[in-house]
Every structure is written in C-alpha cells, then in structure tokens.
Design a protein around this ligand. Structure first.
Ligand code: MRU
Length: 353
C-alpha cells in the first residue's frame, strides 16, 4: 500500500478509494461523498461484493481491484472455516463476486487473474500469493493511469474539456483514466477548465468528479447533462474525454449512460471525442458493442432524488446505466500501451494481451 501511495504522491494526486491496513479491507463509501468521508469495513468477501453491487465503490478499475480483495477475503474464510468444502466454497464465492455487476469487464478480468494466481498454490503460501496478486492488480492500475495521463495529456489543448460520470481517482486504484488524462494535461502546464456533467441519476459528476478535482485544485465547472449541446456548439469545450467500462474488439465502448449522446454531439460540432481506459478494460473476446451486457438498475434511482420522491407515482422507468458508443464516433482511445486510432479492430488486435 505504501508503494502505491508513493507512486500517487509523485504523480500529484493522493486520493484513493480503497484501503488494506495489513489485515482488513475498507472502501471509501462513495454514496456519502462529498458530504461525508466514511470508510466501510469489509469484514467478509460478501461485504466487498455487496459494496460493488450497492455502489459503495464504483468505476470499472476500482470495481476490479475490489473484486481482487474480495477474493482474498473469500480465501481467508475458506482456509479458516471450510477445510472440508474448500474448493466448492471458494468457487461459488468467486462466481458471486464476478457477477456483482455485469458491464465492467475489469471485474471478471480481476477474478480470472486471481483464480490463476491461486491455482496449484500450496496451502501454506496461497494467502500471501493472493494478497500479492491483489496488490499487483492495484499497482498496475495506478501505473497505467499515470502513463495514460502522460500520453493523453498531450492531446488536450488549453481551454474547456468536458467529462461525464466520474472516471477519476475514485473510479480506479488512484489518479483516474479520463481525469488522469486531464491531470496529465495540467501537469504539462495546460490551462484547462473542466466541465463536469452532473450525471443523473447517481450524480457521479456533481458529487465525485467535482469533489476530487477541487481537492486537487483543478478548475472545474458543473453543468446539467442536457447542457452539453450548448457547451459543444458554443466553442466553450475543445474536447470531450471519458472513461470506459468495456471496450469491444472493434472499438465500440460501453460507458455511463449519456456517453453516446456526447459522442454524437462531438461529431456534429467537430469536437474530438477521446476515451481513456487501461488494458484491463479491453474485452478481446467481445466482437462488438451489441454483445456487451448492459446493467439495468432499480426504478427507485430515477424516481427519487436525494432519497425524496420526485417523479409522478405510477410512472414506468427506463434505467439502463450504460450505453454503447460506436467506434466510428471515437477520435482516439488512450491506453497505457499507446494512443489508439482508427481502424480500432486492427489497433486493438495488436495490443499485447
Ligand atoms: O455506474 P458507475 O459509476 O460504476 O459507472 C462508472 C463509469 O461509467 C465510468 O466512466 C467507467 O467505469 C470508467 S472509470 C475509470
């Protein structure tokens, strides 16, 4: 953990949404931000898996790292209390962790990596091996984000940059993907004004992006989601940069609902549309966006605001929480292995995996 904090300190942003104190795992409860900074203790693997489902932690890479530590906790329980049914207990726990949320590929990617690390390990060393793999996944994510910041920062010019949802430190092991690119541009001395979409219904932009950029003294202005058209057509915004939950082999991108709308607006207004995502977000087995499972969440999230009913009683609700942006609308995809340009099927197939 010290090593990861050291990397982040050097890069200039020390916000982290996860903590392992040597024995126990904690999640910064993102449902309570920005009003309260409280850490949720995950005593069991079920607490960590529930933390993913219930959005205590969110954002594709942060979900992946949490899943890795959930596997560590499941392994601890298996070693302590399940000598007789060790393999079946562990197997069903890992399956449950893997399905805590469906869209972000980082989740199943991390569980697969953990499964591989545990395979054939002797009982005396298996816990240490699992913990070390979970920390590797975390550290690699931070390094990837810092590298994406370095590569992607050069793409942005002085002026307004619009981002959607929260693809920042809070959504990753630290530093962020889209916000990492913005941090990279700021570190290069660019004069950036970030426009943060509110991002209904969870308000990741208003609550989380605004909170972490203010903490890092980066100029941020909040706008309602439906204001993006005005920002893009008026020339106030010179680029849009977003993260991704899964990138198909042809370059189609699943990300927070509303991302597709932004990409269309960018096309209409001649504004570059950038996606920033680490290798762990690429799904080489998924041929196109049509095959990406899209999470549907409860109606309550839409009919209520801040816990108070706002919609007319009896109304039906459409609440898919991600959409697909076709590859043809994307100017470039920034990964830690390089900046990918169309044709994406070719560029993605050449990525080492
Ligand atoms: O529902 P969320 O908050 O988990 O959605 C998060 C996003 O859509 C992010 O943009 C994406 O995970 C990339 S995070 C670096």
């Amino acid at each position: 953990m010290e090593k990861i904090l050291g990397l982040l300190k050097e890069a200039g942003s020390q916000i982290v949404p996860l903590r392992w104190d040597g024995e126990e795992f904690y999640l910064l409860d993102q449902r309570l931000l920005p009003e309260r900074e409280e850490w949720l203790h995950c005593a069991t693997w079920k607490d960590a898996a529930r933390g993913i489902t219930d959005m205590v932690v969110r954002g594709a890479p942060a979900i992946g790292i949490t899943a890795a530590f959930a596997v560590v906790l499941a392994l601890r329980a298996a070693l302590k209390d399940h000598a007789a049914d060790f393999h079946s207990f562990l197997d069903s726990a890992l399956k449950e962790i893997e399905w805590a949320r469906p869209t972000a590929i980082n989740l199943s990617w991390a569980v697969r990596r953990m499964r591989h690390a545990l395979k054939d390990a002797e009982k005396e060393v298996v816990f240490e091996r699992a913990l070390s793999e979970a920390f590797s996944i975390w550290e690699e994510d931070v390094r990837a984000n810092i590298e994406m910041g370095r590569l992607g920062g050069g793409l942005l010019e002085d002026g307004g940059v619009l981002t959607h949802c929260n693809a920042g430190a809070l959504a990753t092991g630290g530093y962020g993907t889209a916000l990492g690119v913005i941090r990279g541009a700021v570190n290069l001395g660019k004069k950036i004004t970030v426009y943060a979409d509110e991002t209904r219904p969870w308000l990741q932009g208003a609550r989380l992006t605004a909170w972490e950029l203010i903490k890092d003294s980066i100029n941020v202005t909040l706008n309602v989601d439906s204001g993006a058209g005005v920002l893009l057509s008026s020339g106030r915004v010179g680029a849009v940069v977003v993260g991704a939950d899964r990138i198909a082999a042809n370059g189609d991108v699943a990300n927070k609902i509303g991302t597709y709308t932004l990409a269309v607006l960018c096309k209409e207004n001649g504004v570059p549309f950038y996606v920033a995502a680490p290798s762990s977000t690429f799904d080489h087995e998924c041929l196109a966006g049509d095959y990406i499972p899209i999470e549907q969440r409860e109606a309550r999230e839409v009919v209520e605001c801040g816990g108070r009913r706002v919609a007319a009683r009896g109304v039906k609700v459409f609440n898919p929480v991600f959409d697909i942006t076709p590859a043809r609308l994307i100017t470039a995809i920034v990964s830690e292995k390089g900046v990918l340009r169309p044709p994406y099927d070719k560029a993605i197939s050449q990525l080492p995996h």
